[in-house]
Design a protein around this ligand. Structure first.
Ligand code: B12
Length: 251
């Protein structure tokens, strides 16, 4: 079953790219599964925000959560290494990936419904408000529970294909064996202090071992959005470009 779903996801992404005549942006997606009853889900009310949702809030009877990571092609993040403003391609990749994921998630739900189960896309996965820069469905924490990887000093979840990419998810009544969480620390700075490049790359000094100054990061992203004009987006991405963990899991 896992294999069929992976094939469907790849096909839907390819269809979307072809229909929208997109340039090459993505590598093969990675899917991991969590039990919707994993005891870490209610813990997210302490770790993220007290109104964080449970899988069953989106779909009564949900038993599994499918979390998928879409890694960008190395050229996309490499093009964003220079300078301290986001490259046009980084901006394009952000917009195109979110639009693609919205459509692909709907098709994935239909695919699962075709198997006789139910599936839903979590709503409320955006930022609560400019005053509360967190989500009631933190894709990274969901991906962590599903076993995609461990958190870097840049906050990014480092998957088997690195951290330069985006996470999405759906909840379903389809029973799928959950994946195990990886052992060991993937972030080299957390592992043995041998890196730390991501913290040095942040143009706002928002990242440090003591924590993340999200308001500073947000201010920068908003500034970038204004500089990009009417189609601007709140992007930056300097903290995930040109790192040993950008496109692979450090050995
Ligand atoms: C709100 C938000 C923002 C805000 C606030 C940033 C923030 N970090 O919260 C702003 C606008 C500033 C922002 C900026 C960016 N964002 Co943003 N953002 C979100 C959003 C909507 C919610 C994030 C959230 O609720 N976080 C909850 C807080 C509490 O957790 P956290 O920031 O992840 O930090 C925690 C971890 O580091 C964790 N942690 C650390 N070590 C460990 C160890 C263990 C065991 C555990 C359990 C946890 C843990 O503890 C921290 C605090 O709890 C998500 C989409 C979503 N629905 O999840 C995207 C998301 C996090 N953003 C993303 C990206 C890529 C960015 C940017 C690079 C912008 C860009 N696209 O160019 C920057 C990078 C910021 C950064 N370094 O974190 C991606 C991250 C992908 C990835 N590979 O991890 C996400 C997941 C979107 C997506 N669909 O993929 N973002």
């Amino acid at each position: 079953m896992k294999e069929n779903i992976s094939q469907a996801l790849c096909a839907y992404i390819q269809d979307y790219a072809a229909q929208n005549q997109l340039p090459a942006l993505w590598q093969t997606p990675i899917i991991k599964y969590a039990s919707a009853n994993d005891p870490l889900f209610p813990k997210l009310r302490e770790l993220v925000v007290d109104s964080h949702q449970l899988p069953q809030d989106f779909l009564p009877g949900a038993v599994s959560v499918l979390s998928w990571f879409i890694p960008f092609l190395p050229a996309v993040s490499q093009g964003n290494e220079a300078g301290d403003r986001p490259s046009p391609q980084w901006h394009q990749a952000y917009t195109a990936t979110n639009a693609m994921a919205a459509q692909v998630n709907q098709r994935l739900c239909q695919f699962i419904q075709g198997l006789g189960y139910d599936a839903a896309v979590p709503v409320n996965a955006g930022t609560i408000s400019p005053q509360q820069l967190v989500s009631r469905w933190s894709q990274r924490h969901v991906a962590y529970i599903a076993g995609h990887g461990t958190f870097g000093r840049n906050n990014m979840l480092i998957s088997d294909q690195g951290c330069a990419g985006r996470y999405y998810s759906i909840v379903t009544t389809l029973p799928v064996p959950p994946d195990s969480r990886p052992e060991g620390e993937r972030c080299l700075h957390k592992r043995n202090g041998s890196c730390g490049l991501c913290m040095a790359r942040c143009p706002m000094g928002a990242l440090s071992p003591e924590g993340f100054l999200r308001e500073r990061c947000y201010a920068r992203c908003m500034e970038n959005m204004a500089l990009q004009g009417p189609d601007g987006e709140d992007v930056c991405g300097k903290c995930l470009a040109g790192l040993p963990c950008s496109h692979r899991c450090p050995p």
